[in-house]
Design a protein around this ligand. Structure first.
Ligand code: FAD
Length: 446
């Protein structure tokens, strides 16, 4: 029986689901999968994006872990595609590669002041509070009033972590430096701004509702934002999610405020104009009757000393692989990577956020992976013919290059170590943040 030696680059949910689906798929060949990940630990944005106070979502890691533990996948952590291994290497050792490298950068927002030192990208802040090893340990939290631009769940995550009292995060897995940073924050007011109205937000109802449960934080919404146009009324009447969002927001309109030491304001119909370092200027918008909004010419200033833009993530190009600079994705047809002339790049596939852009929940990466895997299976005639298909060969190559890679046993060691750090403090785990320390604990457990 022929064998598919498959490399998957990126051990986030997309890569792990792709491996799982391929292993379980009906096929006329054997499979051996090597999963390469630039971080010493797997799980991508589930570990380094999902907020620490969302343990239920973080719990998806258990299912992903079961896949890795199935014994049919080798994990090579701390291996960066483009530096530690190249496309040429993959062609010499595998029949095909699936890229599932996700997105970690902030999409740009072009307004004056966005480059000021106190203007931050949500992705960077998220990476800090989730303990990503490649980001600075210190985060400047000196502002009393903060603006968060965006009307999706990442904006809510950022606003919630900024507004929440650090002690209420202590039960989570946040690293020590993150707790210390948030504990010292003098923040009193977090303002979230969205261009459109309450019936057009991209919040999940559950995430929104959770904001109202924060201890000692008043939720503030403004009556002027609830003068709905016909399109909004229809959306509320016909879409269950929008209906719930509307209900939650309206409950907050009725709630007494004024007792809490911190406030979280939701501003709708507010289009970003400028950040000065001292204040945020927005233009009030109004519905345009076609489901969008238009500017009203009325400008308002809100005093804030820091600004976070949560306007989306953006993928990064990979060495030797076509890249769509405009969308931040690898161009592909149902997961089959294509070049500038729309021709298939044989042996190269993509899945997850790098395939279809940084939108959608973890569950969506599963259906995504199904489509990609189907194409890998059906494309057998076009797979590469590797010079060194033996499983040991790639280990030899990495060793020769002095790459300090981690493996699945190493991840188990690090996982156990983090859990043991949390135990004395009744915490789920305390994350190790330093990359060298992660590699050391993985490869030389005490
Ligand atoms: C802030 C935030 C909060 C979220 N919260 C939720 C939530 O509550 N619920 C939910 O369902 N979804 C949530 N999501 C969405 C979810 O995280 C994504 O749908 C999912 O992680 C996308 O999976 P992926 O595997 O495509 O990418 P990723 O999870 O980004 O994984 C990509 C992996 O590839 C690795 N990689 C990148 N480049 C290289 C390279 N050159 N070499 C080797 N490895 C590389 C990365 O290190 C990473 O581990 C959230 C997303 C964000 C940003």
């Amino acid at each position: 029986m022929t064998k598919l030696r498959l490399a998957i680059v990126g051990a986030g949910p997309a890569g792990i689901y792709a491996a799982d689906i391929l292993l379980k798929a009906e096929k006329q060949f054997d499979v051996s999968i090597d999963l390469f990940e630039q971080l010493p630990a797997p799980y991508g944005l589930v570990r380094y994006g999902v907020a620490p106070d969302h343990p239920r979502i973080k719990g998806i890691i258990t299912a992903l872990r079961d896949v890795l533990d199935s014994g049919q996948i080798r994990l090579f952590g701390n291996v960066y595609y483009g530096r530690d291994i190249t496309l040429d290497d993959l062609k010499k050792h595998y029949n095909a590669v699936i890229f599932s490298t996700g997105a970690i950068r902030d999409a740009p927002l072009d307004i004056p002041g966005i480059d000021l030192p106190t203007s931050y990208g949500a992705a960077d802040f998220v990476s800090w509070y989730d303990g990503h090893p490649d980001f600075p340990r210190e985060w400047p939290l000196q502002a009393r009033e903060v603006a968060v631009i965006g009307n999706g769940n990442v904006a809510l995550d950022v606003a919630r972590i900024l507004a929440k009292h650090a002690d209420d995060l202590l039960v989570t897995e946040i690293p020590e430096n993150v707790y210390a940073g948030l504990k010292a924050s003098p923040v009193t007011d977090v303002h979230v701004f969205g261009r459109r109205g309450p019936a057009q937000v991209k919040f999940s109802p559950l995430e929104l509702r959770e904001m109202g449960e924060l201890r000692d934080v008043d939720m503030i919404v403004y009556d002027e934002d609830f003068d709905y146009d016909e399109a909004s009324k229809t959306a509320i009447a016909t879409n269950k999610q929008v209906m719930v969002i509307d209900r939650v927001l309206n409950q907050w309109r009725e709630r007494p405020v004024g007792e809490a030491s911190r406030r979280l304001h939701l501003h709708f119909y507010a289009s970003p104009v400028e950040f000065t370092g001292e204040s945020f200027r927005y233009e009030r918008t109004e519905p345009d009757g076609e489901g969008g909004v238009r500017g009203t010419g009325e400008f308002r200033d809100v005093p804030v000393q820091a600004l976070y833009r949560a306007v989306g993530y953006f993928g990064s190009p990979l060495d030797g692989i076509p890249f769509d600079e405009r969308r931040g994705v690898i161009p592909n047809r149902e997961g089959q990577v294509i070049d500038d002339n729309d021709e298939p790049v044989h042996g190269v596939y993509a899945t997850g956020w790098i395939k279809r852009g940084p939108v959608g929940l973890i569950g969506h990466t599963k259906s995504d992976a199904m489509e990609t895997v189907r194409n890998v299976i059906n494309d057998q005639a076009n797979w590469w013919a590797p010079e060194f298909p033996e499983e040991e060969a790639i280990i030899g190559l990495l060793a020769e290059r002095g790459v300090q890679f981690t493996n699945l046993d190493g991840w188990h060691n690090l996982d156990a170590h983090e859990i043991s750090l949390g135990e004395p403090h009744a915490r789920a785990r305390i994350k190790v943040v330093d990359r060298d320390e992660m590699v050391r604990v993985s490869n030389q457990p005490e």
